[in-house]
Design a protein around this ligand. Sequence first.
Ligand code: IVH
Length: 670
Amino acid sequence: MNKDEAKEEILRLSKEINYHNHAYYVESNPLISDYEFDKLLEKLQELEKQFPEFSFESSPTKRVGGDITKKFQTVAHTFPMLSLSNTYSEEEILEWENRIKKLEDGAIEYVCELKYDGVAIGIRYENGFLTRAVTRGDGTQGEEITANVRTIRTIPLQLRGDFPQDFEIRGEIFMPLASFLKLNTEREENGEQLFANPRNTASGTLKMQDSKVVSERNLDSYLYGVYGNNLAFEGHFETVQKAGEWGFKIPLQQSRMIEKTDSAEGIMNFIHFWDKERYNLPFEIDGVVVKVNNYAQQKRLGFTAKSPRWAIAYKFKTERVETKLESVVYQVGRTGSITPVANLKPVQLGGTTVKRASLHNSDQIKRLDLHVNDFVYVEKGGEIIPKIVGVNTEKRTKDAGIIQFIESCPECNATLIRREGEANHYCPNEDACPPQMKGKMEHFISRKAMNIDGLGAETIDLLYEKGLIKTSADLYDLTFDQVVELDRMADKSADNLIKGLVESKNIPFERVLFALGIRFVGETVAKKLAKHFKYMDALIAAKFDDLTNVGEIGEKIAISLQQYFLNEEHLHFIDRLKKAGLQFEIKEKVGASNKLEGKSFVVSGVFNAFSRDELKELIESNGGKNVSAISNKTDYVVAGENMGPAKLKKATDLGIAILSEDEFIQLINK
Ligand code: IVH
């Protein structure tokens, strides 16, 4: 391929990828499979590597991040970034509407929209390309965080349609609740401090130096205002519609998220609807914004020093109730972290009964100055877990003692430790404290780790109580006879469990490494380490600097790894797993061949030794072709677990060969 052809192909691929990206993220209507999408992206990455002179800033490959910003530059806003006047009172919204009516003669149309609870952003587009993204800052100047904003899939890097040549679009970047929950679950599993709420997490994420991490955090956005000279639109609603046509994610794509009305009644309806409905949104909002639609009217109404007169925000009141603190109990996590939990007298809040609230750590108990039998205030904003926000000290009895954080582990009695710079207390007895031992095994067998079929937390509990297992290595010594003895364990289930253990010996090294449950070694870190060191022995032998030289492995992770391997018992544990036959080195990829030439495959379901994408890669590297739907042209269906019954029936009806994972491996190893 010569340079001109390469450039043309790069631009064509970029356009195609942008198109599918929009279909997937903005319209939630994917037109091709993830696998096909990844293939397009890989092709583009490959070409950009070959022809770096055509690796453009706005290339969709930039979505995965990689650019590091050491220090964010402060830049002045072209148009000041004002805030909104806001109120918690419906009365004041009506007064505002009345004032507008008096100031403006003609008919007035209002646009009601959601007040997204995130971080305000101003993004400039020149000739259709994203060139700069700046935070609000103090309103006159903000921080330039372009590299990080480029990773957000719902913000187009290149526009489509009929867009102005130079303009700035403003909106809110936020973290959807699902991303927030996923992130906190991962952090909990890795023994890291949890994030407090989606808004702060979004804000912290946008200020990270490594855009790759930002890319993995799944931020989202809604855009709500366009600024520029000589823009040809008459009103706000029309502009939002246009922004949608240029490729932005706008609220019009969902029902009732933006509404036009010409009356106070219409405004109130919108407020009341969302005050209830907000709990069903996949992200948090903290109110509703009402704007005068027409730009000429907006201009006449003008601004006060801080905010426009033509708009107002109604903020939802956070529901708060008072209830009695009945006791504080302490939970011991898999990593030994101690979480104090408040047991509360059951109380209704935001449509559910609340009985418990997390107190996070000892500092939080101190901050609240919590006493025995206190009456506490509990709030539930849009958050998932209710929190105690204060104490009604007037109801406190004189003799009520202060709540003292425990000093020894409630499960094994070991003296707790608190490491410097960390908020949590830990039980250090990691290899003998029951919930830690059980927790480690539960983690070991979990889906993303060893994915052991037929084995769940309940069975781990039973096996542990019977004294049959203490560590995950003991699992591989279990016999059918031992297992079948357990309560409620049928022959078939016992058989499944033993089979599941045998099959887990094919699980690739990176997942075994993750399964060990080393502090701070989550899925991503395990992958990086496995790829870099290739062998467990190399990882064990690695010096501190060898570890920190691996991209994204910081000091914290390096220290944790070294401490783990310093412990003889851990080395012995690894040795036993090795002897049991688990993978402790990266398997060489089954070589490329043309064994599957001319054959077409449909891959469906969940697999043990490979991810679905890895399987598809194998098919291609051996000359086969992947297709997404079963037809009479399909040669093979590779069927994993949970393959849909409809697909299975279709394949059977058409007489297509159905291969299990093992049969497929045999086919390419033949
Ligand atoms: S319009 C001239 N619309 O709320 C002000 N703001 O205090 C233009 N926000 O900084 C802002 N959702 O970050 C507007 N639908 C929405 C919004 C919204 C959230 C944020 C924004 C702004 C703050 C206002």
